[in-house]
Design a protein around this ligand. Sequence first.
Ligand SMILES: NC(=O)c1ccc[n+]([C@@H]2O[C@H](COP(=O)([O-])OP(=O)(O)OC[C@H]3O[C@@H](n4cnc5c(N)ncnc54)[C@H](OP(=O)(O)O)[C@@H]3O)[C@@H](O)[C@H]2O)c1
Length: 264
Amino acid sequence: MDFGLEGKVALVTAASQGLGFSIAESLVREGAKVAICSRNQDSIEAAGEKLAAIRGEDRVFAVAADLSNLDEVNGMMDQIIAHFGGIDILVNNTGGPPTADFVDTTYEDWQRGLEMMLFPVLQMTQRVIPSMKEKQWGRIVFMTSTWVKQPRQSGVISTMARSAVSGLSKHLSNELAKDNILVNQVMPGPTWTARSKQIVSRLAEKRGVPIATIKEEIAQEIPLGRYGTAEEIANLVTFLVSDKSSFMTGTSIQIDGGQIKSTL
Ligand SMILES: NC(=O)c1ccc[n+]([C@@H]2O[C@H](COP(=O)([O-])OP(=O)(O)OC[C@H]3O[C@@H](n4cnc5c(N)ncnc54)[C@H](OP(=O)(O)O)[C@@H]3O)[C@@H](O)[C@H]2O)c1
């Protein structure tokens, strides 16, 4: 299938590894030019080199930036727009927050959660809209989590900040549809990445059981009986940002091996 991504410019954030990297990799393979960011200079450069090895250096631009610092976010956007001349596709991905029960969280935790998962997303989205309007073509994807739909114990910061992103996604889909800018939300369930390994390790340590025990317990909650892979999430996002998704906007799609129990 030709996704019509040849020559399109995409920004995928928080992308030195995990979901963000796999999405960037898939978009490069499909012919897009891709900008990526993460905080650690060495990691983002290494990720950029891996992507450049797929279809050439001219398709990749890697920038070190901390999304929780709005000055760095704006500096990154300036560099990418100067380098590629504009952004057609924005995949808003962020780092995940620490897990804790609400009663154990503080004002600083709430603030850090919003600074990491909401404010950069607002800022980046606002920056890409004018040129998408000019071209009368754009794709914006908000990466959130199934925790928006089915909150999970100790996931309060994620659920709180991402629910705001979720509302933004639906709002923007209405506001931008007349300009052919399609806006959708992707809610991944358990996907085996460095972050899920960390979460599983912490739970295993807390309960004094092997990591494999926790991983298996979580897998058993999923009808497909396993964690997803970052590549499986990337396949969905690639479709959503392509020409082939032309009648889809304002949608929230869970991709979770069937873990969410509700019908809709
Ligand atoms: N994996 C899952 O099961 C799952 C399910 C639902 C939702 N999610 C969410 O999806 C997002 C990605 O998860 P993942 O599993 O891919 O995590 P991951 O493998 O730990 O990767 C996180 C990426 O984000 C970057 N990053 C973290 N904080 C950042 C910041 N402040 N500014 C810029 N980049 C930052 C990291 O690089 P640096 O360290 O270099 O900054 C890394 O490239 C997270 O928000 C996570 O909560 C994950």
